[in-house]
Design a binder for this molecule. Sequence first.
Ligand code: FE2
Ligand code: FE2
Length: 470
Amino acid sequence: MSGINYSDKIPNNVNLVSDRTLQRALEHWQPHFLQWWHEMGPSDFEASDVYLRTAVSVDAQGWAQYGAVKMPDYRWGIFLADPVQDRKIGFGDQMGQPVWQQIPGEYRSTLRRLIVTQGDTEPASVEQQRLLGHTCPSLYDLRNLFQVNVEEGRHLWAMVYLLHAHFGRDGREEAEELLARHSGDADKPRILTTFNEPVTDWLSFFCFTYFTDRDGKYQLKSLAESAFDPLSRTCRFMLTEEAHHMFVGETGLGRVVKRTLEVMKEIGSDDPARIRAAGAIDLPTLQKYLNFWCSSSLDLFGSEISSNSAANFAHGLKGRPDESQYEDHVLRDKNMKLRMPEGVQDVPMLNALNEIMRESYLKDCEIGLKRWNRAIERAGHAFRLTLPAPQFRRSIGAWAGLPVDPTGNLIDKKIFENQLADWIPSEADKAFVRSLMRKVIEPGKMASWVAPPERGINNLPVEYEYVKLH
Ligand SMILES: [Fe+2]
Ligand SMILES: [Fe+2]
């Protein structure tokens, strides 16, 4: 079952040939996808040979193969993790019953919305990152960007397969819409705000892959728990690919910190102006980028109190990430204390699941910061990077639009507005970061603002020519 059929027009491990109607429908969508990739995917690198990994099986060991590929020839396909024998629903009111291979009619529209919302983020991020290739800090980074891009394209395929296979005509229409909305488009934007934010520099790209792809990880983890088994299997395999995206973010930001510390040592100063003059990114500026992308990504988890997520959990549609680590999987008689603008409230835990997800997400985000702070400490500096409080700069939920500072204090609105440019990148900060973004394409060479990675991809040296530009 885990082997992938690459002789089909659409590579797959779902025995697509056995369902002619579905196969034809997906083969009809395929050229629309390729056209979208051509128009909205990485601009100008279609003729380049990129050292990419392609899934060849869904086994945890050795699931990918590496080689030079031109991106438009990438074999996007449909790969589901192997089924778990006799899998049972792991949470909610139907816990213990067999999982579903088909969607119960009453959950159809909710599941469609969940799948469309997840699916929408995948092509959105490719669109957001469309121009980054022109300012890559190295060939190694350029390759990683393109690897992330083709895999987000494949994640779109993963969701489109579910829409086509399980939602009939509505699903096919949704699949077309996924290519019709575009990131930042005034008339037809992407569904979620974070996926309409421009990602025009590599510092933002590293923050995006650190914070926003990590939100993706948490969404996929909670959908991998779903009673709808095809969704669970799809998400489980997507998580295998997703790990690399966060690796790009975590090592990218770590390399920024490393380079900044090197420059601080070289010039013997922690003066931001002097660090900037030496071509590196001062730590206070990095902090602002962290504040921006972390707070934007926190909104993706939704409102603190949500009857939708309570229903999704109770019905078995969407669990908590790593559901098995919890003791109570029904949550009918548990409460939880939530910090709200009016004070601490006691709410049914079932209604606070977004907050539970947000909290475990933030814990995961802390891991990188601890590592970077250790490096800063070892270099003898007092500065520490921090995550903003979850109430800071929120657009969704109880704290939406409230003047909260990055440490979580509700403050005067005027003071908030005046100080905001100290907390998130100002126009001047963005202009400075943009000024550093110059294309470096000599194999093994790095831009001035980022240290080389510790190792290359797939055991190749850092100096390897990961992208052959033509
Ligand atoms: Fe993705
Ligand atoms: Fe991703």
